[in-house]
Design a protein around this ligand. Structure first.
Ligand code: HEM
Length: 193
């Protein structure tokens, strides 16, 4: 059905655009390698880019949810599939988790980081610098969980209507976890490794 195919194209393009945590981790790892001083224009540049990604992230999440629901509605089984199909339930739950993580970073961590940068500008201190470092580390961990979830949701999407064997799914989960760990530690120089 052409309508289903068009929605699927939108769904897949949305999934591609949700790769931001992969690139964000490359940026923050590079910032850590650069070292001091803390609070100069490099930090302003990086923090502004990260903050400006929040609204697009919410919009892509909403688009993935809406296009996913429309595909279920248009499917042979109709909307009841959402309640009968554990893969769709898992995709939905993981989407809720990344939405919650994004909200936590935006409403809790980011205002604290911004506040500490203001304090640092007024009166530089080792203590403030250390607290910024801790909060940034928490934000980096949150981005890694988001990356793991987005890759997992995509992997589950491929088997939405025709599930893989359990062991294949477990193997793919292990590979996704290993890749996410690699990106968390240091951006892979050769794409995958
Ligand atoms: C972060 C959010 C999401 C991402 C990154 C994502 C990604 C993907 C990807 C890559 C596919 C594979 C398409 C293919 O087989 O060619 C897919 C399929 C699918 N997704 Fe999602 N998805 C997301 C959220 C959702 C949600 C919330 C739902 C609905 C509960 C949903 C429903 C579906 C359905 C029904 C398919 C099967 C399409 C088909 O093979 O015909 N997705 N998704």
């Amino acid at each position: 059905m052409i309508a289903y195919s068009l929605i699927k194209v939108i769904h897949i393009i949305t999934a591609i655009l949700m790769a931001w945590p992969f690139y964000a981790l490359a940026i923050v790892n590079q910032r850590a390698r650069l070292g001091p001083p803390l609070g100069d224009r490099v930090d302003l540049y990086m923090e502004t880019i990260i903050k400006n990604r929040v609204v697009p992230c919410y919009i892509f999440q909403a688009t993935a949810l809406a296009s996913g629901f429309v595909m279920i509605l248009l499917s042979a089984q109709g909307f009841i599939a959402f309640f009968n199909n554990p893969i769709l339930a898992a995709k939905f739950t993981l989407l809720l988790i990344i939405s919650a993580i994004l909200s936590y970073v935006h409403f809790k961590l980011q205002p604290q980081i911004d506040g500490l940068f203001h304090e640092l500008a007024a009166a530089p201190s080792q203590d403030i610098a250390a607290r910024i470092g801790q909060l940034r580390l928490q934000r980096k961990k949150a981005a890694s969980v988001c990356l793991f979830n987005v890759l997992t949701i995509s992997m589950l999407g491929v088997q939405a209507w025709k599930p893989f064997s359990g062991w294949v799914t477990v193997l793919l989960l292990v590979l996704i976890a290993a890749f996410t760990w690699r990106v968390y530690k240091q951006p892979p120089s050769y794409g995958w490794i």
